[in-house]
Design a protein around this ligand. Sequence first.
Ligand SMILES: Cc1ncc(COP(=O)(O)O)c(C=O)c1O
Length: 365
Amino acid sequence: MDTVSRNDLQHHHGGRPERDFARLSVEPAPVVDFSVNLNPLGCPDLVRSRWSEMMEGIDRYPGLEGEGIARYLQERLDLPEENVLGSNGSTEMIYLIPRALGLQRVGIVSPCYHDYYRASVLAGAEVHRVRLSPDTEFRPLSADRLSAALSDADALWLGNPNNPTGTFFSRDVLSELAARFPRKRLIVDEAFMPFDEDWEKESLAVPPLLPNVLVIHSLTKFYGLAGLRLGGVTASAEVIERLRRFKEPWTVNSVSEALAPLLLECGDYDTETRRLVADERSRLHAALENVDGLTVFPSRANFLLCRWDKEPELDPLLRRLLACGICVRDCRNFPGLEAGYFRVAVRTPEDNDLLVEGLASLDRG
Ligand SMILES: Cc1ncc(COP(=O)(O)O)c(C=O)c1O
């Protein structure tokens, strides 16, 4: 494992095409944004149709602890109240967990979402990375490799599926890992798990819960609600109690609080989303594989990691794509992905066709 410097506390997020236009000196114009990984269907219809009902409580303080979101997670996962806590997006939990648990030394399976590192460093922890490798197409590490990483740390973070690689760890492997180290914590970010057709079989948040596993949830990705910020965590009653003691009050606003339980009524939308993502991911993967100079990595998520090998630099490709109205996530600021990597979201069939056509037209010269 590599020890990591504590210097990189900047934010590393996609979803800001204006920054790419400025950096690459391209005249700003509307784009289809493949750099964000939200539900391609947009938010469920009831968000608009029942908006005035949700607005009714805004003159009062919401619940102290995001109880509306906790109710959603309890029902969705069939868990008792003592195992669930709601939050302002999963981000609040990513930052609360290392602080509240007083983590000193953590392992991070990487390349991965930058905020596991940032939150750990801000909580005072030393960070080590255990790396997924391009030589194995970023496939999951064995239980032994993960064990070596965890044996040397208080806790191990991993995304499942992992952003930006789309790597998927089976519930069996992670359960075995957790059982080997009952005194250590496994922090599993399942922000993208709801997109998976097998989520009920694979999620570590479905009972029986494992006492040393914390699962982080995001509703903002799956329901296309990034601006409203809904998330949470499921864990043992003891861990939830500790997180409660450190959590700031009223972080979940009353609109999100009222909306979360209504999302339980969106069964058809949930099913349609999973089917669309599975179908479009395999279609997009196959089409992108045919683009000369492009390597596409296997993914179980609603996005695909790609590498551009045809030119020594990625910028000319990013510039040409922007000029075609396409923004992708430049991944060169993820440690290990400096050499021409970028990520694209799986979007609607029309948008995905635009991406394939854009890349194919560059290929034709
Ligand atoms: C892997 C992963 N986890 C968590 C988050 C944070 O999501 P939110 O706070 O909107 O739930 C993101 C956002 O991009 C992400 O990619």
